[in-house]
Design a protein around this ligand. Sequence first.
Ligand SMILES: *Cc1c(COP(=O)(O)O)cnc(C)c1O
Length: 422
Amino acid sequence: MRSPRSLSLTSSVHEENETEPPVVVSTSGTESQENSPEPGPNLSPPIGEVSKRFKERYFSDTSNDQWNNWQWQSAHSITTWQELGYYFTLSEQEMMSAHMEKRLPMRITPYYASLIDPVNTLQPIRRTMIPVQDELLLSPEEKADPLGEENQSPVPQLVHRYPDRALFLTTGVCAAYCRYCTRSHMVSKKDKVHSSLVVWDAALKYISEHPEIRDVLLSGGDPLTMSDSRLEYLLSRLRQIPHVEIIRIGTKVPVVLPQRITEGLVGVLKKYHPLLMSIHFTHPDEITPEVAFACTRLADAGIPLGSQTVLLKGVNDEVEVYRKLAQQLLKIRVKPYYLYQCDPIPGSAHFRTPVSKGLEIIQGLRGFTSGYAIPHFVIDAPGGGGKIPLLPDYVAERNSEGYLLRNYEGKYFLYREPIDQF
Ligand SMILES: *Cc1c(COP(=O)(O)O)cnc(C)c1O
């Protein structure tokens, strides 16, 4: 079947399809129109209203093409306190942290900066990007490498924790640094330069010598900060290993630098299917026309998209906020995959929520919205135990008759187990 796009191109195409029902162009609310752009070969990426205002104020001489160019975005990223002070009114809490040595570099793309409230220090996206003094407070449960990744790393930058899959930390570079980053210990050391090919070679050799590895997860840092050719080199090397069945990319680039999701990049990625992508989303404010365009382009290339979200105090720790995020993600064809308890990295206490918060969110979703919108709530066990799922208690009682179950409305139902008669 033809897409609506090709039908509308010429009248002759239309005539061929006279017997088919006419294509109805959606005229639903402006919000859904804004969120469902159709990327196509000749369509340039949109610039949403919020970014447009920011661009007009601070980059009025910059063309739309330049703004939409990911290298331009990278080159103009905010990395110093002078720049930060130029765009935002900084609070004392924020300024105090400027003079102290950080464990994590600062980096914000102009696009993502445009989503940050210039004054309100409590705005969720702002809190995830602009350092505050609280980052320097250490709690006893915190560790630089909370997941014990270095102990499960047979060769540098490869973590082999689970039987059939491996995590490949391909680079230390990110397009923007989240203040609560689990791998802050790694990116703080390796910011600025991508990993050397020598390191990659050793990791690829390890994968090729371990036939049990059927799933390779590329993360970092952020693999999509690399050039198309470098990424293609890595993907093609992995595809030469017969036992690697699926390749996954973990990234926040589609959210902080959606301009990176070019046709060229997508053209490279889809050559190495089956390839999946886990995208790090934090808050519904991130779902802009730019991000919707990037995700549509990825989904149209046949890449299954999942989201990974870290539960953060004052950012997304309310049922309503997460539900809105999950529902909007489904609209842009991203399946909520994991909701993580925030890892105890140094200086993360101001971000961490009680474990009960995650359970409350799952309970507030199950039954109340699409099952597809519900992620797994997990704690990545300190010391390297891996991801452990937590569920609200739906089993009220288990006895000889069967299971007494509680549904989402708090009503009880008995499920009788089959009696073994044979
Ligand atoms: C999260 C993770 C994976 C992938 O886990 P899935 O549950 O399959 O998504 C693999 N290796 C490591 C070390 C991880 O942290």
